[in-house]
Design a protein around this ligand. Structure first.
Ligand SMILES: [Zn+2]
Length: 325
């Protein structure tokens, strides 16, 4: 397995300080940076950290931060229910399991002191308390299965609901185009409560979010979508002031006002009534929209699709294969 997953370190080689019978296994472990705090061994190959139990063992870095050495499959068991409802159909949970596993293998870097953090910056990981029987069944059903493009692990991205068209990674992040992350039409996510939404932002809150951009244009009076990418998402937002106007990248605008306040950049309509302190927005989707549309996976699973077909749809050109091959 190490030959197929060279970025992961051998468990036995890494955990020299914390006795753990399971650590004698030759299976790879990944290193999750849990943060500063107290950790102590617990029963049966687990340990306690800040009131939570984690599988595997731990090491303490020179700066005092705790790193969890955990088996890849055990890690995925905790991640899947945090990233997708464990009440969803098995095929959707299996697709999420393959995504979570592949994400780790694609991102792990032996030159860093750890592979992952346990938050949305990578994937949410809460140790044993995060596990759920349905998700564990999906992880076990797909054990060792990964998503590849040609020989390489696919770059994984996923978000809650794409609103009808997934986003190209190059448009979302300004990176070079990736063949299987170019964006696809999605007709399967309309059951999401965020497939279509409307919300209002106050001019005052927008101005407070972007003080540097707005300094030269006077009081903010309106907002327009100046350019859209092929998926329909706002590429450039124009902020209109009393004296002048200024443009900001859509991604920077959403980051500034807050990704929970502005659910997505798929803004379909902007309405501002004269003298109103608010701007009314209509849009679709929740999240950046790149890669797997999770509500789309739900819809495809309900319609009878299996996990490999779901992943082939949202990552066209990729295939699900065994890690050991
Ligand atoms: Zn979708």
């Amino acid at each position: 397995m190490l030959a197929a997953a060279p970025m992961l370190v051998a468990r036995a080689a890494r955990a020299q300080t914390d006795a753990d019978p399971a650590m004698n296994s030759a299976r790879p472990a990944l290193r999750v940076l849990l943060g500063p705090g107290n950790a102590s061994p617990a029963v049966e190959g687990t340990f306690a950290f800040q009131g939570r139990l984690y599988r595997g063992s731990f090491t303490r870095q020179d700066d005092g931060q705790i790193v969890n050495l955990v088996d890849l499959e055990a890690y995925v068991c905790s991640v899947v229910p945090a990233e997708m409802s464990p009440r969803w159909p098995a095929a959707a949970l299996e697709a999420q399991s393959i995504c979570a596993r592949t994400y780790v293998l694609q991102r792990s870097n032996p030159r860093r002191a750890y592979d992952l953090v346990p938050s949305e910056l990578d994937q949410v990981y809460r140790g044993i308390e995060g596990e759920s029987p349905n998700a564990t069944a999906a992880v076990n059903a797909t054990a060792g299965r990964v998503l590849r493009f040609s020989a390489a692990f696919a770059q994984i991205a996923y978000s809650s609901c794409c609103g009808g068209h997934t986003e190209a990674s190059s448009d979302a992040w300004g990176s070079l185009p990736i063949p299987y992350l170019g964006g696809v039409v999605c007709t399967s996510c309309s059951d999401s409560p965020y497939f279509r939404w409307s919300s209002s932002l106050t001019l005052e809150s927008i101005a407070a979010s972007l003080p540097a951009s707005l300094a030269s244009i006077g009081d903010l009076v309106d907002l327009r979508i100046a350019d859209r990418d092929p998926s329909g998402r706002a590429r450039v937002v124009e902020l209109v002031g009393r004296n002048d106007s200024v443009t900001v990248q859509g991604s920077a605008f959403r980051r500034a006002v807050g990704p929970r306040t502005l659910r997505s950049l798929l803004i379909t309509a902007v309405q501002h009534w004269p003298d109103s302190p608010e701007i009314d927005l209509e849009g679709g989707g929740l999240g950046h929209g790149v890669g797997l549309c999770q509500w789309g996976a739900h819809g495809m699973a309900v319609a009878g699709a299996a996990a490999p077909a779901i992943l082939a749809y949202y990552f066209p050109g990729t295939v699900v294969t065994d890690l050991e091959r």
